[in-house]
Design a protein around this ligand. Structure first.
Ligand code: NAD
Ligand code: DAU
Length: 331
């Protein structure tokens, strides 16, 4: 397959490119990435000789059309992905997530190319802590933040292009990812690198908020399975039964790094902070025979901590500026 991977220099996209080069050497991979603050050439250094990298914006319709015309499938990861940034700068988030996805859709429509659109469980809003139900494919969309609202909008555009124009597309909505190459603005790498740089970790509010953690390699193996075996027009929910509250994850990180588990600061909570995400991945398990390989979260967390210890040169250049931005917000 000739694959066009948008956002392939970001966290999940770069891990997807690595696993594709490793496991599918018969594929050719072209990365289209704008190299925003979140995209890094260093994340593709190990595979750069095996792939083609194009620097460009997914909203650039002419560029996107030219690249799509030479592809058999597009795996669309590119997005503005951080909720806190979307609260501060909703316009950039809207432009990339909505207008950018529109440009991708127009190009795959024109050239009849298969699309897999990567999305998030945040489109479903949040759940109560003690609610027995989890998100399913039929849960109504109820996004809370500019980020999740724009991802919801992009999902709906994909559904409309499937129905109205017969575009061959699938959508996946995944829970919170962790693993190597994740930007230090995100919860888990922020706390690990705070400890490694002598800063105190920072917990929003009381830490009661629950996220449903999945290792990035498991997310990507599910994306590959959907790309190969998914039914056009379908939405698949990806998760690994990994619900944990933030306080528990914070303490696990501190303990794994040999620190007192209560050695952190409570900081200003996020505006509109979603309380709990939880996904029911049964149909992906049953229909596509997929299962996660990294089922033990604590083990995956330790391996992730080891990666950040061993790869300081990757994250060190990002750290001070990221913390500077958080300091301005009182977080
Ligand atoms: P990331 O922020 O680490 O990377 C995003 C990448 O997109 C970067 O390389 C960036 O340079 C690129 N990009 C941004 N704007 C662009 C533009 N206009 N044109 C071209 N490239 C652009 O994000 P991530 O965490 O790897 O997320 C990837 C996808 O997965 C997103 O669509 C996100 O919504 C989805 N997702 C993420 C998670 C998670 O936990 N991180 C969970 C579920 C779904
Ligand atoms: O659910 C999938 C989503 O997961 C993806 O769609 C998003 O792109 C991705 O960023 C992630 O969103 P979250 O907002 O859940 O992730 P984040 O890492 O920003 O925060 C995780 C939780 O930790 C959240 O409840 C906020 C809290 N938090 C975050 C930071 C950065 C803290 O307590 N302290 C922090 O310093």
């Amino acid at each position: 397959m000739r694959l066009l991977v948008t956002g392939g220099a970001g966290f999940i996209g770069a891990n997807f490119v690595h696993s594709t080069v490793r496991e599918h050497p018969e594929d050719s991979v072209t990365v289209l990435d704008a190299f925003t603050y979140a995209g890094r050439r260093e994340s593709l250094a190990d595979v750069e000789d095996a792939i083609t990298v194009v620097k460009g914006d997914i909203s650039d319709a002419a560029l996107v059309a030219a690249l799509v015309a030479e592809s058999d499938a597009v795996v669309h990861f590119a997005a503005e992905t951080h909720v806190d940034n979307s609260l501060e700068d909703p316009w950039t988030t809207l432009q990339t997530n909505v207008v950018g996805t529109f440009a991708i859709l127009q190009a795959v429509r024109r050239h009849d190319v298969r699309l897999h659109h990567v999305s998030t469980d945040e489109v479903y809003g949040d759940l109560e802590l003690d609610e027995p139900s989890r998100f399913t494919e039929s849960t109504p969309y109820n996004p809370s933040s500019p980020y999740s609202a724009t991802k919801a909008a992009s999902d709906l555009l994909v559904r409309a292009w499937v129905r109205s124009y017969g575009v061959r597309a699938t959508i996946s909505n995944c829970s919170n990812n962790y693993g190597p190459y994740q930007h230090v603005e995100k919860f888990i790498p922020r706390q690990i690198t705070n400890v490694l740089t002598g800063r105190r970790p920072k917990l929003y509010g009381s830490g009661a908020n629950v996220r449903d953690w999945i290792h990035v390699d498991d997310h990507n193996s599910a994306v590959r399975r959907i790309l190969e075996k998914g039914e056009n027009g379908r939405t698949y929910l990806i998760a690994a039964e990994g619900e944990r509250d933030n306080l528990t994850v914070m303490r696990a990180i501190l303990q794994a790094l040999g620190h007192d588990p209560d050695d952190f600061d409570h900081v200003t909570d996020r505006a509109g902070h979603d309380l709990r995400y939880a996904i029911d991945p049964t149909s992906l398990y049953n229909e596509l025979g997929w299962a996660p390989k990294h089922a033990n979260f604590e083990e995956g967390l330790r391996a992730t901590i080891d990666w950040y210890r061993a790869n300081e040169s990757w994250w060190r250049p990002l750290k001070d500026a990221t913390e500077g931005r958080y300091e301005e917000r009182g977080q």
